[in-house]
Design a binder for this molecule. Structure first.
Ligand code: BG6
Ligand code: MG
Length: 217
């Protein structure tokens, strides 16, 4: 088996349990617009950018032809609720195994990057004191094309000084798995097999430390 040298981690739903706050803010927005937005609908939003998420949500609610300034306003509303939620989070929201696994990888000489679509990564990493676990941070402020475009992962590999075929991506979103495969990387799905078609391997979470370390031996 090939041995990898670089590990790229998505943020929401992989290292921190923030996906539920994204959902809560989107659900609240939909409610205000007069339609229901279910958890099943929300699966389509995972991994994709804020504006793309809004477009999908409006599609679900059959809301059409809003002018761009209204779209911007709706994104701002959603984000202000989301920031309210995450400004109260504490270390209990760090997903199990994150600190242990990333610390061990580093100890084994593996370089680590955060590769997320979120523009709120600084707030979350600072609040949860996770910043020091990463050698590079590439977030939604640094990429132009959202997942499933491979840009975020290619930029993260470049920031670490690695080639795509030396990288392992950890992702909980289908759009992220697609992006990782397009980047020519090994994709580890986090969560449920049925949502992560195309992943090279699926594990329940970063608590599977031994299985993860084996990829880098
Ligand atoms: C991704 C989330 O990590 O970031 C998406 O899975 C979210 O649900 C996207 O829409 C953008 O995040 P933010 O924090 O910039 O709105
Ligand atoms: Mg995610």
């Amino acid at each position: 088996m090939k041995s990898y040298r670089y590990a790229l981690f998505d943020m929401d739903g992989v290292i921190v349990d923030t996906a539920k706050y994204h959902y809560e803010a989107w659900r609240r927005l939909a409610e205000g617009l007069g339609f229901e937005f279910t958890m099943a609908d929300n699966e389509r939003l995972k991994g994709v950018s804020r504006m793309r998420s809004l477009e999908i949500l409006l599609e679900v609610g059959n809301v059409k032809n809003l002018p761009s300034d209204r779209l911007e306003e709706l994104c701002r509303m959603k984000n202000s609720w989301y920031i309210d939620y995450i400004s109260k989070v504490d270390k209990r929201e760090i997903l199990k195994g994150t600190v242990e696994t990333l610390t061990l990888l580093r100890r084994n000489g593996i370089k680590i990057a955060l590769a997320t679509a979120s523009k709120n990564s600084q707030i979350i990493l600072e609040r949860l004191e996770l910043k020091d676990l990463f050698d590079a941070i590439i977030d939604g402020n640094l990429v132009e094309r959202p997942k499933p475009d491979p840009e975020v992962f290619l930029k993260a590999a470049e920031a670490l000084g690695g080639n795509p075929d030396e990288c392992v991506v950890f992702e909980d979103a289908y759009a992220g798995i697609e992006a990782a495969k397009k980047a020519g990387m090994y994709a580890v799905g986090i969560g449920d097999n049925s949502n992560l078609i195309g992943a090279d391997m699926v594990i329940p979470g970063l608590c599977e430390t031994d299985q993860i370390l084996q990829l880098f031996n």
